[in-house]
Structures are given as structure tokens and as C-alpha cells.
Design a protein around this ligand. Structure first.
Ligand SMILES: [Zn+2]
Length: 100
């Protein structure tokens, strides 16, 4: 289980105000995200594919089918605490939809 990135980005202690996920995004792509189900409120940590976006996710607690919110590229960006790997690498949601 990897540590949560936002709290361990001390590799660059320059005191800048960049969002933490950009700070570590250059070095490490997180491949796990904790999805919080909007139906039942339960969270589960799931592995993310690194080369594609996942549009659908079945909640393992209540079975709800999660889909991305409008404007988000995948369920991890909408419901997870870590955005999907392409977004981590490139910033913004340019990984698969082309939508700005
Ligand atoms: Zn659920």
C-alpha cells in the first residue's frame, strides 16, 4: 500500500505553492485511487490502469455503477482521491476525451 502522495512530497522542500500533485507528479505516478461511492458513501481502494481511463466502476459495496461526472475523464477523477495516471502525468483532463 503506497503512501498518499499529498502528504509525502518532501522531496522538494522549496516552499513553493504548487499543488502537491504537480510536485510529485513528475516523479511518481500513483496507480491506486480510493473511490468513494456516491450511492452508499463507502470507499474502496482500486488499482488504476496506467495507459487508459476507466469510465465505469462497480461499487464493491453496493454494486452501484459509477460513471464520470460531466467534464471528468474517468471515474477516478470524479470519485477517487487520486486522479487517473494520464491526468497525473499531463495535468488537466486531456488524456482521453480531448475536452479541455
Ligand atoms: Zn456504493
Amino acid at each position: 500500500m503506497p503512501s498518499y502522495p499529498g502528504r509525502v512530497s518532501a522531496t522538494r522542500a522549496e516552499g513553493n505553492a504548487l499543488p502537491l500533485h504537480y510536485d510529485w507528479g513528475m516523479n511518481a505516478i500513483l496507480t491506486e485511487s480510493t473511490l468513494t461511492c456516491p450511492e452508499c458513501g463507502q470507499a474502496s481502494t482500486e488499482a488504476m490502469p496506467t495507459d487508459a481511463c476507466q469510465w465505469f466502476y462497480d461499487c464493491r459495496h453496493c454494486g452501484a455503477l459509477l460513471k464520470p461526472k460531466p467534464g471528468d475523464c474517468c471515474v477516478f477523477c470524479s470519485w477517487g482521491d487520486v486522479p487517473c495516471p494520464p491526468v497525473q502525468a499531463g495535468g488537466g483532463g486531456a488524456c482521453c476525451t480531448g475536452a479541455a
